[in-house]
Design a protein around this ligand. Structure first.
Ligand code: PHE
Length: 357
C-alpha cells in the first residue's frame, strides 16, 4: 500500500467512526482542511521535478476524490440514521382508534328532577328554588315544629353561623321550608292585588290556588348505602279552597305511574306523623312485576297541611286547605334504574355516570 492509499484508508476509517455530524466535520478537517493531510501532500509536491509533479498531482487528486466520496457517503449515512431515529420517535400509529371528544350528559338525579318537573308542570305546578342555608324559623318553627319538639331530633343536621343562639341557621333538613317561603310570596302578591287584610291578619280573600313543587338539595347527619349526608328532596304543595286528600291521592298516583311508565303501579298511603301535616301518610309504591315486584317501597311523606302551617303562610285556615308531600328523587332514581347503592350517585365516577347519558 503506497502512502496515498494509506491516507485514504485512514480517512475512511476516521469517517466511519464519526457518530455525529460534528465528529464527521472534525475528521474531515484533518484530511481536507487547510492544514489537513491532503493539503500537506500538495505542498510537498513543490520540491518534485516537473515530470513527476504531473503524475504525483494526479494521484493526490484521485486520493482527494476518494476521501471526498467517503465523506459524502458518511454524511448521507448519518443524515439517514438521524431521519430514521426521528421517524421512529415521532411514529404515529394510524391504526389506533381516534380520541373522541367526551360527550357530556346530565347526572341521573338531574334527569329525575327534570322528569319530575315536566310531569308536575303538565299538571299546572310551578317549579320553585330556595336556599340551602335555612333559618330555624322556615326549617322548623313555621312548620309547626317548635324548639324542643321531639320531631327535631330526627333532623339532627349541620348548623352554620348566623341566626340566634337558640335558633341558629342550618343546612335545610328537608324542602318543606319552601312551602312557607313560596306560599308567603304568593299570598303577599294577591293580598296586595285585593287590598284585603292588613299586616298581621290572615288572608281570606280570593286568590288562585297555590300549586308548586320545589326540588333541591337537603342535608342530614346520615351516611350508609341508602342515606347520604347530602341528598335530594322534592316538595309539593297544593293549597286552595277545596283541595282534599283525594286530590293528593290522585295527583301522586298519576305522577308515579307516569314517572315509572307503568299504569299497573300500586300506591299505599300508610298513616304516619309529621308536625306540619294532619293527617299524615307515608306513600309506598309497589311494582306489579319485575325484580322489585311484591315489595312496598317508600317514596314520599305527605299529608293535609296543618292549620298552624296554613296560618304561618298568612292564610285563613277557615277558607284555605291543601296537601303537601316530600319525595326522595334519589330513591326514585335508584328504583327507576335499578341502582342499589345511593353513594354511587355522589362518587363522581365517570364510568358509572356515563351510563345515563
Ligand atoms: N319533610 C318531610 C320529610 O323530610 C316530608 C313531608 C313533606 C311530609 C311534606 C309531609 C308533607 O320527611
Amino acid at each position: 500500500m503506497n502512502d496515498l492509499q494509506t491516507v485514504v484508508a485512514s480517512a475512511q476509517a476516521a469517517f466511519a467512526l464519526a457518530h455525529t455530524p460534528a465528529d464527521l466535520e472534525n475528521a474531515k478537517a484533518q484530511y481536507l482542511g487547510k492544514s489537513g493531510r491532503i493539503t500537506e501532500l500538495m505542498k510537498g509536491m513543490a520540491a518534485l521535478p516537473v515530470d513527476e509533479k504531473k503524475t504525483r498531482g494526479a494521484a493526490i487528486n484521485q486520493a482527494k476524490q476518494a476521501i471526498e466520496a467517503a465523506l459524502n457517503a458518511c454524511r448521507q449515512a448519518l443524515a439517514d440514521a438521524q431521519l430514521q431515529a426521528q421517524l421512529q420517535a415521532e411514529a404515529l400509529d394510524v391504526t389506533l382508534p381516534g380520541r373522541q371528544r367526551g360527550q357530556g350528559g346530565l347526572h341521573p338525579v338531574s334527569l329525575t328532577l327534570e322528569r319530575i318537573g315536566a310531569i308536575f308542570g303538565s299538571m299546572g305546578f310551578d317549579v320553585a328554588q330556595g336556599p340551602e342555608i335555612e333559618s330555624d324559623w322556615f326549617n322548623f318553627t313555621a312548620l309547626n315544629t317548635p324548639e324542643n319538639h321531639p320531631a327535631r331530633s330526627m333532623h339532627d343536621t349541620f348548623y352554620v353561623e348566623g341566626g340566634t343562639e337558640h335558633a341558629p341557621n342550618l343546612l335545610r333538613t328537608h324542602t318543606s321550608p319552601m312551602q312557607i317561603r313560596y306560599a308567603v310570596q304568593h299570598v303577599k302578591k294577591y293580598r296586595a292585588a285585593t287590598q284585603e287584610g292588613g299586616q298581621g291578619t290572615l288572608f281570606s280573600g280570593a286568590m288562585p290556588e297555590i300549586r308548586v313543587i320545589a326540588p333541591g338539595r337537603t342535608y342530614r347527619v346520615d351516611s350508609d348505602a341508602t342515606h347520604s349526608p347530602m341528598f335530594h328532596q322534592c316538595e309539593g304543595l297544593w293549597v286552595g279552597e277545596n283541595v282534599s286528600f283525594k286530590d293528593l291521592k290522585y295527583v301522586f298516583t298519576d305522577f308515579c305511574r307516569t314517572f315509572f311508565e307503568n299504569n299497573e303501579l300500586v300506591l299505599r298511603f300508610r298513616p304516619s306523623f309529621f308536625p306540619f301535616t294532619e293527617p299524615s301518610a307515608e306513600i309506598d309504591i309497589q311494582f306489579p312485576s319485575g325484580p322489585l315486584a311484591g315489595r312496598w317501597l317508600e317514596v314520599a311523606g305527605s299529608g293535609q297541611v296543618h292549620p298552624n302551617v296554613i296560618r304561618n303562610m298568612g292564610l285563613d285556615p277557615e277558607r284555605y286547605i291543601g296537601f303537601a308531600f316530600g319525595m326522595g328523587p334519589d330513591r326514585l332514581t335508584m328504583l327507576r334504574y335499578g341502582v342499589n347503592d345511593l353513594r354511587l350517585f355522589f362518587d363522581g365516577d365517570i364510568r358509572f355516570l356515563s351510563q345515563f347519558r
